[in-house]
Design a protein around this ligand. Structure first.
Ligand code: PLP
Length: 375
């Protein structure tokens, strides 16, 4: 699709087949463990763990969003973690070194243990200050998560990519928080754009899914081979629902990002709120980097309340915001992140995911719950 097209237009048309008389615009899910196949076993669709036409359409759609006007290929997975481990485990061998963030997604320490069990050296540094730069010598792969989750720090992707490529390392970016309409890692030079599509990408809190997008056909082949070997494949129904959800990606994310900024501004005026973070706030430490590489700043706002009890009272007092983990959905959610353990955050730390509610309703609910919690 053309690069000059707007994000909303691209989202509603992404991955659609050429119009065919009497066929639906987005053909329904193809449920098939195997396909009719006589003679030599070649062709696009042979066995359901290798390929499926519903995945193909979704993969084309995601590629158009991740790399408009370029040739890139996407591989979809059963979850974000399936996509993440497909890159890390297909690209590394015993004796290789990998650089991870030490403040990224909470399952990365488990991935680290697995990599180390296979004899891969794992080095970690914070996202902020581009601290991973110092660990690149001799590394095989640099893994970046920006904005980081849940701390919302941002690193300079172009700068890290340049240094990593100079050191002979590949670069993967976890783009879950931004989604491809918020940030396009391949355009910033990364080799892999990876995401959990469980979050903002599908946006309804009802599917688990993940993807990997690459420009290099060799890297795509390795990732596809990994999917085939491990079998971490999405169901056709999930893939179809995800594709259907992409048509509203720009509408949802625009609304959520605009309200997130409004909420962050309102929270900034509250005396009981400290440690407020939103990459789109001009005085946020992430802003100078975010503004150079992001096109939208995401739907997640984080802040700290006095203590665990105040945070719990705040969450219990919210009526329009569900106390739940995950983020990026059309219904706002918030949680006290320290309840999970593992993240280096204070007891009163709240990760707030802004949904598509009317901003006035959401702000009124938050202000009231804050008043009540601090009383
Ligand atoms: C949720 C999340 C993941 C894991 O995705 P699943 O779909 O739950 O497997 C990975 N990275 C980030 C940044 C996430 O938020």
């Amino acid at each position: 699709m053309s690069t000059t097209m707007g994000d909303g237009t691209r989202a509603v048309r992404a991955g659609l087949p050429e119009p065919e008389q009497y066929e639906p615009t987005l053909p329904g899910p193809v449920f098939a463990a195997h396909f009719h196949l006589s003679g030599e076993p070649v062709g696009p669709y042979t066995y359901g763990r290798d390929t499926n036409p519903t995945w193909t359409r979704l993969e084309r759609a995601i590629s158009e969003l991740e790399a408009p006007g370029e040739t890139a290929e996407t591989t979809v997975f059963a979850s974000g973690m399936a996509a993440i481990t497909a890159v890390l485990l297909s690209q590394t061998r015993t004796g290789d070194a990998v650089v991870l963030p030490d403040d990224g997604y909470q399952a990365l320490p488990l991935v680290r243990e697995q990599l180390e069990a296979y004899g891969v050296e794992v080095r970690t540094a914070p996202t902020a200050g581009d601290a991973q730069l110092a660990l690149l010598e001799g590394a095989k792969l640099l893994w970046i998560e920006t904005p980081s989750n849940p701390g919302l720090d941002v690193c300079d992707v172009r700068r890290l990519v340049e240094a990593a490529h100079g050191a002979g390392a590949l670069v993967a970016v976890d783009n879950t928080l931004a989604t491809p309409i918020g940030q396009r890692p391949l355009e910033l030079g990364a080799d892999f754009s990876v995401a959990s599509d469980t979050k903002g990408m599908t946006g309804h809190g009802d599917i688990l899914l993940g993807h990997v997008t690459c420009r290099d056909p060799g890297l795509t082949a390795a990732v596809r081979r990994w999917r085939k070997v491990v079998g971490a494949i999405p169901g056709p129904m999930e893939a179809w629902l995800a594709h259907r959800s992409l048509s509203t990606l720009q509408l949802r994310i625009d609304r959520q990002c605009t309200t997130a900024l409004t909420l962050a501004e309102a929270l900034g005026k509250r005396a009981e709120v400290s440690g407020l973070r939103y990459p789109g706030l001009p005085d946020d430490p992430s802003y100078p980097k975010a503004v150079r590489q992001m096109r939208r700043f995401g739907s997640v706002v984080s802040f700290v309340l006095a203590d665990r009890e105040t945070a719990e009272r705040f969450l219990a007092g919210l009526r329009l915001v569900d106390d739940a983990t995950s983020f990026g959905g059309v219904r706002s959610t918030a949680e006290r992140r320290a309840r999970w353990g593992g993240d280096a955050v204070p007891e009163g730390f709240i990760r707030f995911s802004v949904g598509a509610e009317d901003p006035e309703d959401l702000l009124a609910d938050v202000e009231r719950a804050l008043d009540e919690a601090s009383r």
